[in-house]
Each structure stands twice: as structure tokens, then as C-alpha cells.
Design a binder for this molecule. Structure first.
Ligand code: FAD
Ligand code: 2HG
Ligand code: ZN
Length: 480
């Protein structure tokens, strides 16, 4: 089937308004959030229902055209945009954004894949419940994209990543068949778990059209604190101390270096440093309780006082109001945006065992800055999960885009080797996409790679679902 006949077929399925082919209409969706890749597509299609998704998949399969599912296009590894030169369509789930149902007795919510995370939060809150996963892109990221990347965020410490919070999935598989897995069962042992296979599959095994999510009871009382301290190992000791004081009320424990705070203050209007002095490291922690706000705050104060006595922390402030709590949290949420506004960085979304992370941050920072003169490491994020964003910023005053293109790959290999040496992973939460594909192929265990390829081949033998992402080709030279 030639391109003309294929596009006519798409218009038959979706009507003219559901198919965009003009370059201006496509352009905003062909480049990823980090502006690292601009891909090619024959069309942007926006189905409104599952039947249309199935018809598009069958037509694309007949025509041998690749399909790139896209939600909010906030992914960090260019998984949601086509590869340059691809004969592909972008399939946007944005019009499939309904909250289909909420069942407070079941503590579950069922939403279409294009539902935006903050809308899901609001819908759960209306029923006295919470969906406990949040991240800086919450006003754009969609449920489909979050599942497809197995996203994490700031509350993984307590509630786990998207996998742990997804009860059921509805998805169109690469042959156009519909997997009707929207169950809200808490226990289901019918063998291989397709829901879990789709979580983290980055659009390579099918198109998620809806999902059932786990809700938890609302916890109206929160205490948010900003803490200044001298080292990442003190920060980890503080986490363990707070946990012993307040138990699992600690929902977030995020590490923010002074360098990241400075980027935020420089680029994000309306932000203010929470503490008067400067500290090499800061921690943002959020504690929540359904029971008693005053007691929670008292426990937090006691924990911080003990930390001060033990010399673990230098200073701390507990938010006095909800507005101040939001302001503290915002500083953490906008780090990526501030970093992007400041220039290019080689980004590394690494995890190592939690106990090894403080040492890793110190040693790897030293090693990178020694080896690549002028670079500056900004390592921030989810310390309690053993996951920091180990971002290496280009030397100041040069052409950072050119630096990233020329030196970035060498820097990334260096960082990934250091990660690998301590048993870590090169992708803790963002996935592989296009940007980490060659590195994944380089460092991954061959058995893992061949199992991935076998699964891909079994479900998508024609290779139409999001090619060039996540699953490295057997011949490394063929990878984009
Ligand atoms: P997209 O970017 O559109 O797509 C991401 C991947 O999912 C692509 O491979 C795409 O093909 C696939 N996909 C999308 N929809 C579907 C579908 N319906 N079916 C099948 N495949 C699909 N991530 C974290 O884990 N933790 C964070 O703390 C975090 N913070 C962020 C902060 C900012 C400011 C930004 C910009 C991003 C952040 N991210 C974070 C990354 C990003 O938000 C997540 O990866 C998110 O899950 C992507 O959702 P999306 O709807 O934008 O997906
Ligand atoms: C975060 O934790 C995101 O803020 C983005 O995962 C990390 O920009 C990054 O490197
Ligand atoms: Zn993160």
C-alpha cells in the first residue's frame, strides 16, 4: 500500500479532523521534551475510541507503517517521537482522556490512556481518595505514558512506581486485537502477566487505551520540611532516622544540591530559597497522615531535633502553611525545567542500591569532573529509592549543544560504566527510548536482551510498534 492509499484509509477511519498531515500541525509533536530528537511521520492521528485504535493498527499493519503512541510527550528518552527517517504515524491518545469510573469501595479508578495525571488526582480527591504518584510533568503526562514508562516520581519511596499502582490494563495489541484486562482484582494468578509486560514497554508491545488504578484513602494532614545538610550520606542517615520517628508517614525524600537550587532560583519566577544560608545539599521531605496533623508535625520536629543533635543536619524549616508547603515542593518539581532553561546536560537516570548511593554520588562526581574538564555534575532526586538524576552539565561559556553531540556519548558511557560497576541500572525511571538504546545494548546482559527480543518478536512479529525504541536490534550497527 502506498502512502496516499494509507492516508486515505486513515481518513476513512477517523474522518478528516482525526488525521493531520500538514508540517505545521505535526511539528510540535515530532520533537521530544528535551529537544534531543526530531522525528518524521506521515501523519498525526487522534482516535476517539478503542475501535478506531484497532482499525488504525490493522491498517498500519497491512501497510507496513510504524506506529508511535504518544501521550503528553513529556518522556525523557525520546520514546514518544518517531525516529528520523521513519515511515511512521504518531498516534496521539489525547482525545481518549475520560475518567471512566471511580469505585471508592474498591479503591480503584478507571481512566482512558490519555487522561492527564493531575486530572486523575483531582478525580480521586473528589471521592476522598488519592492516586499516590506524582511528578513535575503531572499537568501533561498521561496515564498511558506513565504506565508505558513505568514512571516513578516523588512518592515511590512509599507507594512504588506505576507498575505497583496499575491494577488492570486495556490495550490494542500489534495485530489489532483487544486485550480486555481492565480488572481491578488485587489477586490474579493466571500465569504471565500482560499488564506487567505492558508496564515499561514504551509502546513497543501495544497501545494502552485505558487502565484501572489503585487508589488509597485521603491523608489530609501533611508536613513538608526543607533541610540543609553537608553530605548525601548524612541525608540517607536522616531518612532512616525520620522513618524510625514517624514510620511510613515519610512519603517523599528528595535530594536537592545547592547547584540545582540555584538553577531554580535563576530561571523560575517566584521561587525563593527556603533557608537563609547555603548548604551543599538539601532535602525536601513530605510526611502525610490521615490521623492527626499536630502530632505529625511534632514527630517531624522531634526527628529533625535529633538529627541536629547528632550533627546530621545543619538547618531546617518546616512549612508553616499549605502555600509554603507548595512553594517548597515546587522547587523540587521544576528542577528539570530550570536545568533545561540553563543549557544542555548529559542526563543519566541511574539507580544503585540505596545504601551505595551516597558514596556513588561522591565518587562518580569526582571521577566525571576530573576526566571531563569544566563539566559540573548536578545529581538530584529520589535518594530514598537509590535513584538520582546524575546530570552532567556542559562546561560553561561554550556551545553546549555541540559539546553534548561530541562529548556527551563518551560522558554517558563513563557514567554508565561506573553505575554498572556497583550493580546499578542505567534507567531507574525514564526508560530506554531512543536516547539510551545504544548504551543499553552495550551494557546489558545478553540474556536479558535476547529475552526482550523474543517477547517483542512474539507479540509484534512485523515490528510495527514503536520501532527503534527500547529493544536493541541483534546487530548493534543497525540501531539508530
Ligand atoms: P510520552 O512522553 O508521550 O510517551 C512516553 C513513552 O510511552 C513513549 O515510548 C510512548 O510511545 C509511550 N506511550 C505513551 N502513551 C502510550 C500508550 N497509551 N500506550 C502505549 N505506549 C504509550 N518520570 C519519572 O518517572 N519520574 C519523574 O519524577 C519525572 N519527572 C518529570 C518531570 C518533568 C518536568 C518532565 C518533563 C518529565 C518527567 N518525567 C518523570 C518523565 C515523564 O513525565 C514520564 O516518562 C511520563 O510517564 C511520560 O508520560 P507521557 O504521557 O508524557 O508519555
Ligand atoms: C525528576 O525527578 C525527573 O525531576 C526528571 O525524573 C529528571 O530532568 C531530569 O533529569
Ligand atoms: Zn525523577
Amino acid at each position: 500500500m502506498d502512502d496516499r492509499a494509507f492516508l486515505d484509509g486513515l481518513t476513512d477511519i477517523l474522518g478528516p479532523k482525526g488525521v493531520a498531515t500538514q508540517a505545521d500541525d505535526l511539528a510540535p509533536w515530532l520533537t521530544d521534551w528535551r529537544e534531543r530528537v526530531t522525528g518524521d511521520a506521515l501523519a498525526l492521528v487522534s482516535p476517539k475510541n478503542v475501535g478506531q485504535v484497532q482499525d488504525i493498527v490493522r491498517l498500519a499493519s497491512d501497510a507496513g507503517v510504524a506506529i508511535v503512541p504518544q501521550g503528553g510527550n513529556t518522556g525523557m528518552v525520546a520514546g514518544g517521537v518517531p525516529c528520523p527517517g521513519d515511515r511512521a504515524i504518531l498516534l496521539s491518545l489525547r482525545k481518549m482522556n475520560a475518567i471512566r469510573s471511580i469505585d471508592p469501595a474498591d479503591n480503584s479508578l478507571t481512566a482512558e490512556a490519555g487522561a492527564i495525571l493531575s486530572h486523575v488526582h483531582a478525580a480521586a480527591e473528589e471521592h476522598g481518595r488519592r492516586f499516590p504518584l506524582s511528578l513535575g510533568a503531572k499537568d501533561s503526562a498521561t496515564i498511558g505514558g506513565l504506565i508505558a514508562t513505568n514512571a516513578g516520581g516523588t512518592q515511590v519511596l512509599r507507594f512504588g512506581s506505576m507498575r505497583n499502582l496499575t491494577l488492570g490494563v486495556e490495550a490494542v495489541l500489534p495485530d489489532g486485537s483487544l486485550f480486555e484486562g481492565l480488572s481491578t482484582l488485587r489477586k490474579d494468578n493466571r500465569g504471565y502477566d500482560l499488564r506487567q509486560l505492558l508496564a515499561g514497554s514504551e509502546g513497543t508491545l501495544g497501545i494502552i487505551t485505558a487502565a484501572s488504578l489503585k487508589l488509597i484513602p485521603a491523608a489530609p494532614h501533611r508536613t513538608v520540611a526543607w533541610i540543609g545538610l553537608g553530605s548525601a550520606s548524612d541525608a540517607l542517615a536522616l531518612l532512616r532516622l525520620l522513618e524510625s520517628e514517624v514510620g511510613d508517614a515519610v512519603e517523599s525524600f528528595e535530594l536537592v544540591p545547592q547547584a540545582a537550587l540555584e538553577l531554580v532560583l535563576k530561571h523560575i519566577p517566584g521561587t525563593r530559597a527556603p533557608l537563609a544560608g547555603e548548604h551543599r545539599w538539601n532535602v525536601l521531605t513530605e510526611l502525610r497522615s490521615a490521623a492527626d496533623g499536630d502530632e505529625l508535625r511534632a514527630q517531624c520536629e522531634a526527628g529533625l531535633a535529633a538529627a541536629l543533635d547528632q550533627g546530621l543536619i545543619a538547618d531546617a524549616v518546616i512549612a508553616e502553611s499549605e502555600a509554603q508547603a507548595e512553594a517548597f515542593c515546587k522547587i523540587r518539581e521544576v528542577i528539570s525545567e530550570a536545568e533545561r532553561a540553563d543549557g544542555r546536560a548529559a542526563k543519566h537516570d541511574v539507580s544503585v542500591p540505596v545504601s551505595a548511593m551516597p558514596r556513588f554520588i561522591e565518587d562518580a562526581t569526582q571521577a566525571v569532573e576530573d576526566r571531563f574538564a569544566g563539566t559540573r555534575v548536578v545529581a538530584f532526586g529520589h535518594l530514598g529509592d537509590g535513584n538520582v538524576h546524575f546530570n552532567v552539565r556542559a562546561p560553561a561559556g561554550g556551545n553546549d549543544a555541540a559539546w553534548l553531540a561530541e562529548t556527551g556519548p563518551e560522558v554517558s558511557s563513563f557514567v554508565h560504566d561506573l553505575t554498572h560497576e556497583v550493580g546499578g541500572s542505567l534507567s531507574a525511571e525514564h526508560g530506554i527510548g531512543q536516547l539510551k538504546l545504544s548504551e543499553f545494548a552495550r551494557v546489558a546482559d545478553p540474556t536479558r536482551l535476547s529475552a526482550l527480543r523474543a517477547i517483542k518478536q512474539a507479540l509484534d512479529p512485523l515490528g510495527i510498534m514503536n520501532p527503534g525504541k527500547l529493544v536493541p536490534l541483534a546487530n548493534p550497527g543497525d540501531n539508530p
